[in-house]
Ligand binder design. Sequence first.
Ligand code: GDP
Ligand code: MG
Length: 660
Amino acid sequence: MKVALVGNQNSGKTTLFNLLTGSHQKIGNWAGVTIEKKEGKIRTTDCDIIDLPGLYSLNPYTQEEVISYDYLLHEDVDLILNIIDATQLERSLYLTTQLLELNIPLVIALNMKDLADTRGIKIDYDLISEKLNTTIVSISALKKTGILDLINVIKKNKFKDNKYSHIYDHDFEDVLNEVVAEIDGNHQRFVAIKMIEGDERFDDGVTASIDQKRQALKKTYNRELDQIVTDERYRYIELLRDDAVKSYKTHRSWTDRIDDILLNKYLSLPIFAVIMFGIYYLAAGPFGSMTVDWISGLIEQFSGWLSMRLDGWGASPWSHSLVIDGVVAGVGAVLNFVPQLIILFTLISVLETTGYMARIAFFLDRVFQKVGLSGKSLIPFIIGSGCSVPAIMSARTISDETEKRMTIMLTPFIPCSAKLPIITLFAGYFFSDRTGLISASLYFFAITVIILSAFIMKKFIFKGKVSNFIMELPNYKVPHVRYVFRDVYLKVKAFMTQAGTIILLASIVIWFLLSFSLSFEYGVSPDQSILSYIGRVFSWIFYPFLGDLSWAASVSAIQGLVAKEQVVSSMAIIANFSSEVDTGILIFNSQVFQFFTPASAYAFMVFNLFSAPCFGSIGAMKKELGLTSSMFKAVLFQTGMAWVLATLVYQISTLIGVLL
Ligand code: GDP
Ligand code: MG
């Protein structure tokens, strides 16, 4: 049996899906987290269940709503499991009235019972069940109540086959039935209504006689046809609500009261700034750097121990160097930052599950509207603080094509987790007294650049209007420890996997290019290595913002193209080769990186922050933008922007001496 899990955004679909199947999909408290449909088997049964992206109605607007819509209409679904947020009954039932018309058996899982209870909302399930002629099970996906009942209903086929219950008024029903009689195929009632409404997707089937009936209806009701249908649905839902829902407490909810402050016209932006600053301060400031010292101490010990072992085993000098100076130095440099990432991911994940993230989108909407973006673009930007790849993919929720393309091109500007090592390395060394401030400043720099670029793009490249932003603000929730933990775990795992694969491989390549001269002589000084010659070819490009023709910094920055983590790890390997001491902050004391000043350090961070993203996100941009040429344009735009900004930062700050 095939069960489709359908419901509004944030109704708890993914939470329920995970409970029913025992799998761990990502849960987030905003629209756009579930992008593609996920499949699984309901425990103890042989029913397949599909977690479809959220939708508000069967008049799909966005790409992901279309996924759900197509699935319901064109796959052989045996049962629709319609999940409803009991605290948002009215809005949710709109979709239900449409689903019922598909003539597919439907079970309602009335979720968030816990919230409804604490708010004193009393719902008469039997009455709704009787009126809609469906089966209702009251559950709380979060507190895991009612889940077994739900599984039982599905397993034992104990659900009504919902012969359609009439929601429209008599005149309308009569016409509707006549239209139904004229069409054949699946979902007749649904199709008939779509034809009456004038949905373009069904225009082909509209015969002269059907059209005649439509015109008659329009006359009777004296309104547009789609308006009649919508009005009828709401009229019915309101009647149902009045009969079935009793709310005992009428005081304002906690969510309302918190929103009075957090969404206040004047306070919202400052509070947001303080929160983001706090997050970066904790992750990259004194506390975060302590963890780095700790881990790098451990890695050093490990490196010393391994070095002794290798000598003991009689390893040849070059293999000893490959392991210690290449692999351990390169991979270790990246692993240093894991604790900081854990802090950053945890805090962002907490913001996500509490519902604050959705608010950010809401109040930044006003600012974004002015530059051709909307609050919807903010979702990719926020996801982008973890990794640009899923962030770029989440831009699919944006229905306006122009806005979507702009968002995809701007998302990589957000400092992702792989850029954090660069930021903390440079900020920690050159601005040790204000690391948190400098790190946070880059974040706000990124937002400013995004807004400015969007403004310029809209003025000169894309012209058009902005899509309407209709995100639901979810209720505030206490962060759920298990989900935060899992979210952080998955992100850290992805980071470590990257370190164990791409960075490991790149470290070996870099070691090789550093150890051999152009005539393949082993053990030359770094200045004579193959890598240094490659770097020299490009070093003039970086000169304007480094103030030095540095082959070492140039090759490191170029490697950011493969993966941003590689910038730091390559610097560590090169420094290791060029330095006598191998303890302490060796990178900036090494002969090749000595030239860095606070100004060039900041400029270098800016360049890496904005330049073309890693291979992974370039691939994602290509996929989402559709054309290879658009992808190249995006990469060119990003890298050009990075170069210009870095050069401006360096030149201006050396001129007036702000960063010194
Ligand atoms: P989806 O967008 O429909 O997939 O919804 P999710 O499964 O991602 O859930 C959205 C939010 O609602 C998450 O923060 C969940 O923890 C929360 N949630 C889900 N079910 C319940 C419930 O029964 N009670 C409460 N209080 N919160 C819930
Ligand atoms: Mg979901």
